[in-house]
Design a protein around this ligand. Structure first.
Ligand code: CP3
Length: 377
């Protein structure tokens, strides 16, 4: 039986021959009411907010005892198929820390696993691919992705989370084409991404086709999450920093730009994140994001300079700092806040995900510290 699908506003507005719509009509296109004045969303728009908003990458799961208590065993790919569980795990850090945004409990390989590429997540390892991507025939294993057909439970979780969150925005996310491709080509986590780069350089046509498929998948995943109520999205290109700027711009940026272009009509801000991307920061913005995530290797004031005044920034406390005694955490966090130089458009975060051994009490104090920071200082 064909599933009834909600109307997709971006399909309706894509017709280029249609005249520009007035602002009131644009409002009508919004699928869900959004807490537009939430500090996190204001900061994404580079506008002043009542306080510096803060959330933590990988805040869901990881270090929380209440997460371990309900998580059980088994792959995260099974856990996310249970909207009740995924909703609870998404909400836990919001309740405990009072962060300014929730991030969906899911993983970057959920869509490719859902279309049947043969991906599992192995405890202590990460995503593992049964038959890695090798040649053109493997493109057939990445067919058209329809979130309503392949992973309706993700949208169900988004709706349930948004119902519970009130004015706190939910961030939807997807893996960027390059980072997801790296898992499919390497077959699992890799330090060098040697096979990935060999494919990129050795068979540019096949590489472009692979990234094209993955861009379509990421765009569809994000569109579905926004339609279900996510108020912002983040594209994780975690390993993009392994590339030189010229290679990134030639072989990766066009695909990520297509993902952002696919979101343009939805009216939600987009964050673009990777680690060791100091040399890539302007290119991450150029791909089409309003916010660029900065890891701890580049001081925030320097990142600001590289990005210019129109781009909001997210970051950038070293996650390892959170394992140090509180006075050191406080000193480093204040340094991040001060380096922002009082500008609007700063979302406080870690430079990468929360380390599993982090004491939740430290993150609680960190949120208090950020919220107490005088805006404009
Ligand atoms: O860390 C990042 O760079 C963020 C992007 C990213 C995610 N998953 C997003 C995510 C990456 C690179 C992955 C791949 C992945 N998936 C890894 C890393 C492997 C490597 O190459 O080093 C791992 C270990 C997984 C499996 C996974 N994902 C687990 C076991 C969990 C739940 C518990 C945990 O350890 O966090 C996830 C959840 C996950 N992956 C979230 C996100 C944004 C959920 C939201 C959140 O925790 O805030």
């Amino acid at each position: 039986m064909q599933r009834a699908r909600p109307e997709r506003p971006w399909e309706r507005v894509r017709n280029a021959s249609e005249p520009e719509r007035p602002a009131a009509k644009q409002q009508e296109r919004e699928v869900m009411p959004r807490p537009a004045d939430a500090p996190f969303l204001l900061a994404c728009r580079n506008r002043p907010a009542s306080h510096v908003p803060v959330w933590f990458m990988r805040q869901a799961g990881r270090s929380l005892p209440e997460y371990r208590a309900i998580r059980g065993t088994g792959s995260i790919l099974d856990a996310v198929r249970d909207p009740g569980l995924a909703t609870e795990v998404t909400l836990q850090p919001v309740r405990r820390y009072g962060v300014d945004a929730a991030i969906l409990y899911s993983d970057i390989v959920v869509p490719v696993a859902a279309v049947g590429f043969g991906v599992d997540v192995v405890a202590g390892v990460g995503p593992v691919v049964e038959r890695p991507f090798r040649d053109a025939a493997d493109l057939d294993r990445l067919g058209a992705f329809d979130p309503e057909v392949h992973c309706p439970w993700v949208q169900e979780t988004v709706r349930a989370v948004v119902d519970e969150l009130g004015d706190t925005p939910l961030i939807g996310f997807a893996g960027a084409p390059f980072t997801v491709a790296s898992y499919l080509v390497e077959g699992g986590p890799s330090r060098t991404l040697a096979r990935t780069k060999a494919l990129m350089l050795g068979d540019p046509k096949l590489w472009a086709q692979l990234l094209d498929r993955l861009a379509a998948i990421a765009a569809a995943a994000l569109q579905a999450q926004v339609e279900a109520g996510a108020a912002a999205v983040q594209l994780f290109d975690s390993w993009a920093g392994t590339l030189s700027p010229d290679l990134y711009e030639r072989a990766v940026l066009p695909a990520s730009a297509r993902v952002f272009a696919g979101l343009a009509d939805l009216g939600v801000p987009a964050i673009h994140f990777g680690v060791t991307t100091g040399e890539l920061l302007p290119l991450l913005a150029k791909a089409g994001a309003q916010v660029v995530g900065v890891d701890w290797r580049v001081p925030l004031d320097e990142a600001r300079q590289r990005l210019g005044p129109d781009v909001a920034v997210q970051g950038n406390l070293d996650p390892a700092v959170c394992l140090a005694p509180w006075p050191a955490v406080e000193e480093r966090a204040r340094d991040v806040l001060a380096r922002n130089g009082g500008r609007p458009g700063h979302i406080f975060n870690l430079g990468h995900g929360v380390l599993p051994e982090t004491d939740p009490a430290v993150l609680e104090r960190l949120v208090e510290l950020v919220h107490a920071w005088e805006v404009g200082a």
